[in-house]
Design a protein around this ligand. Structure first.
Ligand code: SF4
Length: 298
């Protein structure tokens, strides 16, 4: 079996450098292409393909510094993972949706496809740091190379791509990686993938090595929870309380999941992810001893 090894933080940050959003090389695609409904996340209705009224001519957000204060917290949660600049600079060769309806229609159609691909690259890059040589490591690298090749395809090819099908294939592969890595956790917590844990009382819960893949954790109380080596792929962490939780080595986490959650200075983060600016700078009094398992009896 392929043996897991710890991710090297320096490696992962470097390998993911191309997956950081660079708004200076984009034309505000995330502020134009999607539709938004007025809600707690976005203060007004905006149809797909119409620029947000806060978008400036230089493709910068005019209210960037005040997004959370004036009713646009959803904007702080979104991260294109580099899809915007890839579409603008590579797929469209530096063109701008403002040039006309045809350019705009193509850019807006390609953008969500590219966003799926960059997220897959994010996870596959992490998966590649978790495995030593072996068939699974080879398959992960092949999937990463193929995904990268998709991002470089011309617009018609991207639009014809079965992105959902590729996403499912990669998801299965990432599941195998997750199983291999979590198998190293002695007596790991049980599988809760896809579980409805909205608002669940999980303070101090021992979820070390569990799978919470695709779980609904909206508003869950995870203060002080042990989420080390927990698979959080696609888990919905909106308003989940992660103050004092330990996410060291948590698998397949993207920055928007953390940004959508509540945390503090005591939250331990997965490799290569940043502490959101709106999190508390204080710490929550957490008894971490409750999150550890007792020694196993022989
Ligand atoms: S509020 Fe700012 S970040 Fe949000 S969609 Fe509008 S321009 Fe973009």
């Amino acid at each position: 079996m392929t043996a897991p090894r710890p991710a090297d933080p320096a490696d992962l940050a470097t390998l993911r450098a191309d997956l950081a959003a660079d708004c200076s090389r984009c034309v505000g695609l995330c502020c134009v292409a999607p539709a938004f409904a007025a809600s707690a996340d976005f203060a007004l209705d905006k149809p797909a393909g119409r620029p947000c009224p806060n978008l400036q001519a230089d493709s910068r957000c005019g209210v960037h510094a005040r997004l959370r204060d004036i009713g646009f917290p959803g904007c702080t949660v979104f991260d294109c993972l580099g899809a915007g600049q890839r579409v603008t600079q590579h797929t469209m060769g530096g063109r701008d949706w403002r040039e006309g309806p045809e350019v705009a229609a193509t850019m807006f159609a390609v953008f969500p496809v590219m966003r799926q691909l960059t997220e897959l690259l994010w996870h596959l890059t992490e998966a590649g740091t978790l495995l030593t040589d072996g068939p699974l490591a080879t398959a992960v690298e092949a999937a990463r190379v193929r995904t990268e090749a998709h991002t470089l395809a011309p617009a018609p090819d991207l639009l014809a791509l079965d992105a959902g099908g590729w996403r499912r294939e990669v998801g299965e592969l990432l599941g195998q990686v997750s199983d291999a890595v979590r198998a190293e956790v002695p007596g790991r917590a049980r599988d809760r993938r896809g579980a409805d844990l909205m608002g669940a009382a999980l303070r101090g819960a021992d979820l070390h090595g569990a799978s919470l893949r695709g779980a609904y954790l909206i508003g869950a109380d995870l203060r002080g929870a042990d989420l080390r080596r927990t698979d959080l792929l696609g888990a919905d962490l909106r308003a989940a309380d992660l103050r004092g939780a330990d996410l060291t080595g948590a698998l397949f986490v993207v920055q928007p999941q953390l940004t959508a959650a509540i945390g503090d200075a005591g939250t331990r983060l997965p490799t290569g992810l940043a502490r959101p600016g709106h999190w508390s700078t204080g710490t929550t009094d957490v008894d971490r001893s409750r999150t550890r398992r007792p020694p196993r009896r022989r």
